[in-house]
Design a protein around this ligand. Sequence first.
Ligand code: SAM
Length: 227
Amino acid sequence: MRLRRIPGTREKILEYTPWLVTEPTAWQGRWQSYIAGRLGCESPSPVEIHLELGTGRGRFINEMARECPDRFWIGAELREEVLLDALELAKTWEAPNLAFLWINVEQTVDIFGDGEVDGLYLNFSDPWPKERHAKRRLTHQRFLDRYRRYLKTGGLIRFKTDNEELFRFSLEEMAAKGFALEQVTFDLHKDPALASMELSARVMTEYECRFSRQGMPIYRCEARLLP
Ligand code: SAM
C-alpha cells in the first residue's frame, strides 16, 4: 500500500505520549504491566484488552473506551494522517484506558503474546475487491491465523462492513478457520436484535456514520475462537 506522507505529521504523532506506544514490541506478553503503568496501579485481576485493527480517525475506539472504562482499548492504524485525529481525540478527554499503535496489522503477531488479547474489532476494513489482492483483506485466512495466536480462546472478532462481497468472503474465511459465527446480520441498523446486542454493535465508526446516512445496509458478525 502506497502511503501519502504529509510533512511534519510524523513529528506531531510522536508528541502524543502517553497515547502513542512508540515501541510496542517491547510489551509483547507484558501488556498488563504497560496497563498498570498507564493506570498508575496494579489491578488485582488482569484488565481485558480490546484491540481495533485499522482504527482510522478513532471515533469508535474513543467512544468504547469512554463507555467501558474497566477495559483497556488499543487502536492500530497504518496511516499517520488519520491516526493523528484519533490521538487528538484521546487527548481531549485525557483517556486513561486507551493507547494507539502506529503499525501495519501484519506486525501484531510480534506485539501481542499468546492469548493476550480478549477481543478484536475490524470495522470497515479495506475491501481489496480484486481477486489478486485477496490476501490483503484483513479477514483473509492469512490474517485469521495471526489473530488466533494472540486472541484468547473463546474471544470474539467483531466485524462490520458496508461491503457485501467482503462480508460473504469473511464469513467463509472465518468458518473455514474454525471460528464459530454468531450474531450474523445483513442489515444491522434495521435488525430488531440490535437493541439487545452488545454495545460495540451500536457504537458507530466514521465510515458507518457516512454509509448509514446514505441508507446503505451495514453487515456485521461476531466470530468466536473455539478451543
Ligand atoms: N475503522 C474506521 C471506520 O470504520 O471508520 C476506518 C475504516 S477505513 C476504510 C480502513 C482503515 O484501516 C484505514 O484508516 C486504513 O489506513 C487502515 N488499514 C488498512 N490496512 C491496514 C493495515 N494493514 N494495518 C493498519 N491499518 C490498516
